[in-house]
Design a protein around this ligand. Sequence first.
Ligand SMILES: [Zn+2]
Length: 460
Amino acid sequence: MNMLELWIHSVIKKLFAEDQEFRNYLGKTSLEKVSKEDVQKYKMFKLRKMLNYVYEKSPYYKKHFSKQNIKPGDIKTFEDMVKIPLTEPEDLAENPNNFLCVSQGEILRGFTTSGTSGRVKRTLYTMDDLLRIGESIIAGFKMVGMTGGDSVQITFPIIAEWDPWFLLEKAVQYAGAIPILAGMLAVEEQLKKLKESKATMIIGIASYIHRLTRVAKKSLDLKNFGIKGIILSAEPWPEAVREEIQEAWGCKAYSQYGTAEMGLAVSLECDVRDGLHLNDADFFVECIDPETGEQLKSGEEGELVFTTLSRRGMPLIRYRSYDISWLIDETCGCGASTIQKMGKVKGRLDMQHKIGYGKKIYPLLFDEGIVKIPDIINWQVVIEEEEAKDKLTIKVEVTEIPSEEELKNKITEELMKIEEITESLARAAITEPKIEILKPGTLKTTHKSKSIIDARKTYE
Ligand SMILES: [Zn+2]
């Protein structure tokens, strides 16, 4: 049994036991086994309640709905949701208090995030909101096999304002396991702490754990640490990173997704690691075509848009994530058949560029291949225009160059695995990609949003 699914069912059963209105809505007198249809109905029931709640309590949403002449009662199906305009992160950055549905006194904690645009966004949570998030994290941890005997090394940065470790620490404790707050220590110190603490699981930012693994495996057999699971969080990362981490530590690595605005915990992979199981108890998720706003079907790639179903302090309705992924409705290999999954996030909308006849490229496409080549420490793709075609230059920074020819061949080989490039080449929409090998320290950027530079002239 998938433990996250089990928890979601228990949430639905609890509501069924307590709420006559929900029992009527479901049209059932008993609820022993929760079906996929029951989960869908639960979400619709919660969604309608939530829309009424924000319309009444949140100044932002009152205005947001009224501008379009929408009443919460107009939303009767999931498809109707497109009538409500999207909520932009910028609106939240501008005036978070406008979103508040409770008094300031009821707010226990806020999460701050700067995001890629650089503007600070602050999301505020009540005690109940945080307890609920904690519960969902516990269910997720159990799904990946955490038990009372485990110790979990938490390697997120410990910064007062942005503190996922606070929630994680409590969730690990309530799951019966032992949390170890390590933060993003230097490699040597982190390894020392891992040994001392006898940690059995690690959770942290993917790029940090990858770097730790790369450095440490040179001199140590990491399999001796006895780690049984690693949860990789935050930014999009290529499968090659997972493979390297799994092989080095001799355990499974799981992808986790969440943003500060959504309360950090939204979805997590199960043992099958084919899509991330969503917390259907607390979120209604849409995948939309960012250009037309249309809702996409299961399997179609687009932007994820979130609506919170349980939050009291600062609920968000149709909140844009700018993250590119897709929804999965099929039954999972783990047996979970009633809850939804999402694909592993590919990148952010603002990191995506169109080449040739509209093929979309984003940093992760290049990361997948380039990360496998050990000498490369940094890379950048520059898009220019040459004789009415798009020209790509792949600049790579290396530690040492054994043979420039050999390295260029390796890179070309990886580039030719990218469908977006080969198809554009076949249709003569781009010129042959150029490769430039650079010495260390030449490429100044490490930020993912700077990995692809669009240097084409625009005629707007
Ligand atoms: Zn599964």
